[in-house]
Design a protein around this ligand. Sequence first.
Ligand code: ZN
Length: 252
Amino acid sequence: MARPPADNSNQATRCPKRPIIKAEHLRETPVKIVVGTGDKAATYHLPPTPLKVISPYFRACLSDEFSEGATNVVHLRDANPAVFHHFVAWLLRIHDLGGNLDRTKPLIGLWILGDSIMCEDLQNRAMDVMRQLHLEYSGHDWHASAGCILFAELASIVAHTCEGSELSSYAMDKIAHAMTRGLKLRELMKSGAYWARIPETVKTEIFLRYQHYVDLGSKDSDPAQGEGCRYHVHDDTESRVTSENGQKAGTK
Ligand SMILES: [Zn+2]
């Protein structure tokens, strides 16, 4: 899959990034995007270039080969209008994801939206903001609560992401880590029906990760800690390696 063109105008910015919105984009014939279905559907009119730059999905469906490209209308039936609203504000640089958004659930929704429209930058920004938020929890008594919140969202994460996704990997790590810091298994299992919805493979994975943190002992580090590309989605290994070295490709 081809990656969006490199944003050389803003080389100091670390992964992830938003496209630069230029005045001419706002003069483009907008694309009509209908998000959701029925009474709750929301309609947006957005400039096509930033959408195409950031998302191979939009790039493909707004090409002449697809009916959306001809009609200039895209339906995102499975997307959540409230989540899409945050994506639009981020895309148009009205505010960053961290700005008006400080809860785990909408960040998970943004990550899943990014997955469905193939927007890695949105997924990675949502992940960075979420980890930062959870790091702030760990300074308080609520240390285990990020693990609790993620556990409550785990069934939804598993249902909406591919096996081995970076989001489910982070959620499993964070839950396992919280179990070493006081999050009791019996608390997790309180809701028997919910626990039953979690696939066996995921439960096993959480126990393995828990064991890993126990083995690490004092050397363990909170999955929310650290910067760089940990838990990022990158289909381009080379760019991940350069970002992990704190440099974007092309800055050397
Ligand atoms: Zn990255």
